[in-house]
Design a protein around this ligand. Structure first.
Ligand SMILES: NC(=O)C1=CN([C@@H]2O[C@H](COP(=O)(O)OP(=O)(O)OC[C@H]3O[C@@H](n4cnc5c(N)ncnc54)[C@H](O)[C@@H]3O)[C@@H](O)[C@H]2O)C=CC1
Ligand SMILES: NCCC[C@@H](N)C(=O)NCCCC[C@H](N)C(=O)O
Length: 263
C-alpha cells in the first residue's frame, strides 16, 4: 500500500473544509450528513482515542494530528495517546476511549470497543467517495460511471456504485484485475474501441497511486471527479480546460466514513 507522507498531509485541514463545502454544494448534504445517510448511524458522545503506531515504516508526521483534527472538526471528543502501540492501547482504554483509531503500514482501522464494530479505511474510503458521486444531484440522471483503479479502495467503490444502480465501467492497468472484476460483478470493461462503451463520462472515480490517470478522452465539460487516489489522478490543465470539479482529500473524508461505520 502506498504510504502517506507528511507532505501529503500538509494542507489536509484546508482540504477537508473545502471538500466538505463542495460535497454540500454537490449533494445538499454536509459530509457528516452524507455519512449519516449512507450508514444510518449518528455520533453519541463517543470518546475517540488515536494511537500512534511505530510498526513498519513507523510514525508518519502529522498523521495522528490529522485524525484528531478530523474528530474535533466534526464535534467529537478525541485525544492522541501519549504512549504508542500496546502502551498506547492500554492508555486509551484506561482513559475511557469508546473508539480506537490506529494504523500500521498494512491497515488503518476504527474499532468501537462498546459495540465491537470495526471498520477498514480502504473499504470506507471507496464507499464514501462513490456515494459522493451517486448523491451529486446535478449528475443524478446519468447513471454511467467510470472507475479507474480496481484495488482495495476501487473495489468497494464498484460495489457501492452497483448498490446505487449505476452503470459501471471499469479500467485498471492490470488487465488480469479487470478480467477478475468483470467476471465477478455486473460491470463492463472500459474499452474505447467498443461501441457499447461511452466515449466520455460525467462521473469518474479514481483510486490509483499514479498521477494523470484521467485523460481528456474520458472527460466531458463539467465532469465530476471523485478521487481518493494520491497523487491526484487529473492534471490542473484538464481541470481548468473542462471545468472539472474534483473531490480529493488525503485522510479526513475516509476517516469520517470509518467513524460512521462503527457508531
Ligand atoms: N484519500 C484517502 O483517504 C485515501 C487514499 N488512498 C490512496 O488511494 C490509492 C489506491 O489505494 P489502494 O486501492 O489501497 O491501492 P491498491 O494498490 O490496492 O490499488 C491500486 C490499483 O490501481 C491500479 N493502477 C495503478 N496505476 C494505474 C494507472 N496508471 N491506471 C489505472 N490503474 C492503475 C493498480 O493496478 C491497482 O489495481 C493510493 O494512492 C492510496 O494512497 C487510500 C486510502 C485512503
Ligand atoms: N489515506 C488514508 C490511508 C493511509 C494509508 N495509505 C497509509 O499511509 N497508511 C500508513 C499509516 C501509518 C500511520 C503510522 N503508523 C502512525 O501511527 O503515524
Amino acid at each position: 500500500m502506498a504510504l502517506l507522507t507528511p507532505e501529503d498531509l500538509a494542507n489536509m485541514t484546508n482540504a477537508l473544509v473545502e471538500n466538505d463545502r463542495l460535497i454540500t454544494e454537490l449533494t445538499n448534504y454536509s459530509l457528516d450528513g452524507l455519512c449519516r445517510k449512507i450508514y444510518g448511524t449518528a455520533p453519541n458522545n463517543e470518546k475517540v482515542a488515536i494511537i500512534p503506531i511505530t510498526a513498519g515504516n513507523g510514525i508518519i508526521g502529522s498523521f495522528s494530528e490529522s485524525l484528531l483534527f478530523t474528530v474535533q472538526h466534526f464535534g467529537m471528543d478525541g485525544f492522541i495517546t501519549e504512549n504508542t502501540d500496546v502502551a498506547g492501547y492500554y492508555e486509551a482504554v484506561m482513559k475511557g476511549a469508546d473508539i480506537i483509531l490506529m494504523a500500521d503500514d498494512l491497515a488503518y482501522i476504527a474499532h468501537n470497543l462498546k459495540n465491537s464494530k470495526i471498520a477498514h479505511n480502504q473499504i470506507c474510503t471507496g464507499r464514501i467517495y462513490a456515494e459522493i458521486l451517486c448523491n451529486a444531484k446535478d449528475y443524478a440522471d446519468d447513471k454511467d460511471v467510470l472507475v479507474i483503479g480496481l484495488g482495495k479502495v476501487g473495489t468497494p467503490a464498484v460495489e457501492t456504485f452497483l448498490k446505487e444502480k449505476q452503470n459501471v465501467y471499469v479500467f485498471d492497468v492490470d488487465s488480469n484485475r479487470v478480467d477478475e472484476v468483470v467476471s465477478e460483478y455486473p460491470v463492463s470493461k472500459y474499452d474505447p474501441t467498443d461501441s457499447k462503451t461511452p466515449n466520455s463520462f460525467f462521473k469518474i472515480f479514481e483510486a490509483t497511486p499514479c498521477a494523470d490517470t484521467i485523460s481528456k478522452d474520458v472527460l466531458k465539460q463539467n465532469s465530476l471527479v471523485s478521487t481518493p487516489g494520491i497523487p491526484c489522478g487529473i492534471s490542473d490543465e484538464l481541470i481548468e480546460k473542462y471545468s472539472i470539479r474534483v473531490v480529493l482529500e488525503p485522510l479526513g473524508i475516509g476517516t469520517l466514513s470509518m467513524l460512521y461505520a462503527v457508531f
